[in-house]
Design a protein around this ligand. Structure first.
Ligand SMILES: [Zn+2]
Ligand SMILES: [Zn+2]
Ligand SMILES: [Zn+2]
Length: 188
């Protein structure tokens, strides 16, 4: 232990000649390493609408790849934990209900599912109607009590919206998302 410490302090001495500290050097090293967040058991979903486990960080830059398509997500911001992260593979088509997070929530909470298995004839009832297979809804919970990012209120409903880097509303995924109440949404 003593040896390591003395080694470390001689390193400190050496780094002084570069004008930086050991901590600063380690910080830079951590940034350069690719941080792979792919833990398949991670139940968290990022505000972009995709599983945290589909993100990686290289040189401080976030990459989100939920499926064949990429997502421009710029910051990993876990907001909810869910029972099935595979429901979160959609692309934002706009803000609010059209946002990937809400499309994922809709898929997660859907309680019945049509049999789409190609190898199986869809089940029909006595009157020939397609029988929907019963499915239990998935579960989700907020990691933090949901609050509007602008007015900070927690007693109002909030939904994810697409915003530009400077905070204006947009219908195109830019990688910037904000949780807003309806009132604040109207002001951007
Ligand atoms: Zn994301
Ligand atoms: Zn994403
Ligand atoms: Zn608000």
């Amino acid at each position: 232990m003593d040896e390591i410490q003395s080694e470390h302090s001689s390193e400190e001495e050496l780094l002084k000649t570069f004008g930086i500290t050991y901590e600063e050097l380690q910080e830079a090293d951590a940034l350069n390493r690719t941080q792979v967040l792919r833990n398949p058991r991670d139940p968290r979903i990022c505000l972009c609408g995709h599983a945290v486990s589909r993100h990686s960080i290289t040189n401080g830059i976030v990459y989100c790849k939920p499926s064949a398509m990429g997502c421009p997500c710029k910051k990993v911001k876990p907001v909810i934990a869910v029972s099935d992260t595979r429901k979160f593979l959609r692309k934002s088509r706009g803000g609010g209900r059209q946002h990937a997070l809400m499309l994922g929530v809709a898929a997660l909470l859907a309680t019945d599912e049509q049999v789409l298995d190609q190898n199986r004839a869809p089940a029909r009832d006595a009157e020939g109607r397609l029988v929907r297979r019963a499915k239990t809804a998935g579960t989700l919970e907020w990691l933090e009590p949901p609050a509007c990012e602008l007015c900070k209120r927690t007693d109002v409903g909030v939904m994810p919206y697409l915003v530009t880097k400077s905070g204006f509303a947009t219908d195109e995924p830019t990688g910037f998302d904000a949780l807003l109440c309806l009132e604040c949404r109207a002001t951007i």
